[in-house]
Design a protein around this ligand. Structure first.
Ligand code: SAM
Length: 255
């Protein structure tokens, strides 16, 4: 049950500084402490410490975070967030991120340049959430540039299809939080689910399928195939992996 899950009522209410402490904003240097306008502004607008930029990449059903830990050093200036419904798995990702940050900090202090990765894992975190609910509570319209749906649970039986994380209704939520030009990445070893996802995204006015050449040239696709826990398992078992990527097209009335 996810009755104990807590969601912000709107994205502004979310305290991201706990997730990305290295990206926490401070009151801009040079602003006099007694400047009435600026300090009022700051207090009124921010309920909690602010981060310097928004989360841009979401890994939905991130599991143990293989994709996140591989992508973070490849896009060190971008904030990545895994969303995972299982408590223990979420905590594993959070703890692993903290441990890697500490390791990087020690390497940095000891001057071991060769052990440092770009971004030093400060740009990834994980949040426990049921992504079938409240996604727009976490992200503003057009906030995300990439959403990953890697090896989602297939829910084989027809009566369970409503539990699939790709559907007309959920695709509208993905469309809402993605910016025009942003992409949804999907991968699965279940051909039937692949066909289902392609049908649902191609049938949605907010998305167009990305061509094969662009897909194959995208580093994120390689990471998705090779670095996710499920991708590795499928590899070991000699299974097939079906990939499809969809671009968010701008609504005619997008402002
Ligand atoms: N993406 C990872 C990978 O490729 O290795 C994990 C794939 S695993 C088969 C599916 C994951 O989605 C599980 O960790 C499961 O707990 C999570 N999950 C399923 N439904 C979810 C939901 N509604 N919200 C968030 N996570 C969910």
């Amino acid at each position: 049950s996810d009755h104990d899950l807590v969601y912000p009522t709107c994205p502004e209410e979310m305290d991201w500084s706990q997730h990305y402490p290295a990206f926490t904003a401070t009151i801009p240097a040079g602003v006099p402490k007694d400047d009435p306008i600026t300090t009022t502004d700051w207090d009124d607008h921010y309920l909690h410490p602010r981060i310097t930029q928004d989360v841009e990449v979401a890994d939905i059903g991130c599991g143990f975070g293989g994709l996140l830990f591989a992508l973070a050093p490849r896009m060190p200036q971008t904030l990545l967030l895994g969303l995972e419904i299982r408590t223990a798995v979420t905590e594993f990702v959070q703890e692993k991120a903290k441990a890697l940050r500490i390791q990087q900090d020690i390497a940095s202090r000891e001057g071991k340049e060769q052990d440092l990765v770009p971004g030093q894992y400060q740009n990834l975190s994980c949040l426990r959430a049921n992504t079938m609910k409240f996604l727009p509570n976490l992200f503003q319209r057009g906030q995300l540039s990439k959403i990953f749906l890697c090896f989602p649970d297939p829910h084989f039986k027809a009566r369970k299809h409503k539990a699939r994380i790709v559907s007309a209704a959920l695709n509208s939520e993905y469309a809402f939080v993605l910016r025009p030009g942003g992409k949804v990445y999907t991968i699965t070893d279940v051909e039937d689910l692949h066909v289902w996802m392609v049908d649902r995204f191609e049938g949605h006015a907010g998305f167009e399928r990305v061509g094969e050449e662009e897909v194959e040239g995208d580093v994120c696709v390689g990471v998705m195939r090779g670095e996710t826990e499920e991708g590795k398992k499928v590899e070991r078992n000699g299974g097939r992996k079906f990939v499809a990527v969809f671009r968010r097209v701008a609504d005619p009335d997008w402002v």
